[in-house]
Ligand binder design. Structure first.
Ligand code: RUB
Length: 312
């Protein structure tokens, strides 16, 4: 039986109390660790079945951020590699893989901040969209290094996660301007660099991030403003190597407007979109900076995939 605390972690992801691809991934690893620490399973098979149930529960919460299945895969593959091991060994393997994922993912954000900050120059005005720990790490690190920079942040309708970014940046001392999403093109000529996070990165270098990202990329492209993506390597999507498409989550219409006030009107609420690789200048990962065209090679290496193989 899935325990209450694990159900709460899943519910928090679904309702966006826990949000942002990195935080979602860490919450999933925490749920699996919790199960390993408290399970009442009597046999390894029973324990593995429980892990499968929890994975299904977690994976059903939100479909777009590949960080979630990648985190689950990382933790569970660790246990599955201990084939034939006793229950205690399996439990320990899950706990240590979950700890490793959480620790490495925090370090990755820090490292991305350091690597990305090298691409921010003194005097830059940087625009970010929504709320990404990775994108903010780059801006905050550059600022801490003494670069005199400014940030523009979009509101990010309908859930207004831009307000979280605005608070975080101004608390860090960065001079920050809040704008509505539709004002991006109006201001784009005042911007030196755009930096956003990612929920998934496809094998062709396309970036899936908060809805509106692709419009910003288009405006940046038109104005010849650099467009950077900051993302840990677990945001690369292995399924896209073999032609799977990233599912774009559509959330309830009521997040946009109260449907009762507009009878007969259809309200659509896709919460992510796809930015083609042509509009992305570079991707900042904890392993270094890559052009979007290198995404294929990165995924192949990370997931040890050979053409023709099935992905587990
Ligand atoms: C958040 C969002 C963020 C990415 C990356 O969407 O699109 O840009 O998840 O964030 P939502 P991070 O609010 O719908 O989850 O860099 O923190 O992983």
């Amino acid at each position: 039986m899935v325990q209450a605390e694990i159900k709460r972690i899943a519910r928090d992801i679904r309702t966006m109390r826990t949000r942002g691809a990195g935080k979602i991934a860490r919450a999933a690893a925490r749920a699996l660790k919790l199960e390993a620490a408290t399970t009442r399973a009597k046999t390894p098979a029973e324990f593995l079945r429980e892990l499968d149930d929890i994975s299904s529960l977690l994976l059903a919460t939100r479909p777009t951020a590949v960080s979630l299945p990648n985190a689950v895969r990382f933790v569970i593959l660790g246990a599955k590699r201990e084939r034939g091991a006793d229950l205690q060994t399996l439990r320990r393997a899950v706990i240590s893989r979950a700890d490793e994922f959480i620790r490495d993912s925090r370090k990755a954000v820090e490292r991305i901040g350091e690597i990305g900050a090298r691409r921010i120059s003194n005097g830059d005005v940087v625009l970010t969209h929504c709320n990404s720990d990775c994108a903010l790490a780059v801006i905050k690190t550059a600022f801490k290094q003494g670069k005199r920079i400014e940030a523009f942040v979009t509101e990010s309708r309908p859930m207004r996660q831009g307000l979280i970014s605005v608070r975080e940046l101004s608390r860090a001392g960065v001079p920050t301007t809040l704008i509505v999403d539709s004002a991006v093109r109006h201001f784009i000529r005042d911007i030196d660099k755009v930096i956003v996070g990612a929920d998934s990165i496809a094998a062709n270098g396309a970036v899936i991030n908060k809805v509106g990202t692709s419009q910003i990329a288009l405006a940046a492209h038109e104005a010849r403003v650099l467009f950077f993506v900051a993302a840990e390597s677990y945001k690369f999507h292995p399924g896209t190597l073999v032609g799977r498409l990233v599912k774009i989550e559509e959330r309830p219409p009521k997040e946009v407007a109260n449907p009762k006030r507009f009878p007969g009107v259809k309200i659509r609420n896709p919460v992510f979109d796809v930015t083609p690789p042509d509009y992305v200048d570079l991707i900042i990962t904890e392993r270094g900076i890559i052009p979007p065209s290198a995404a294929y090679a990165v995924i192949q290496e990370l997931f040890e995939w050979r053409p023709g193989e099935e992905l587990v």
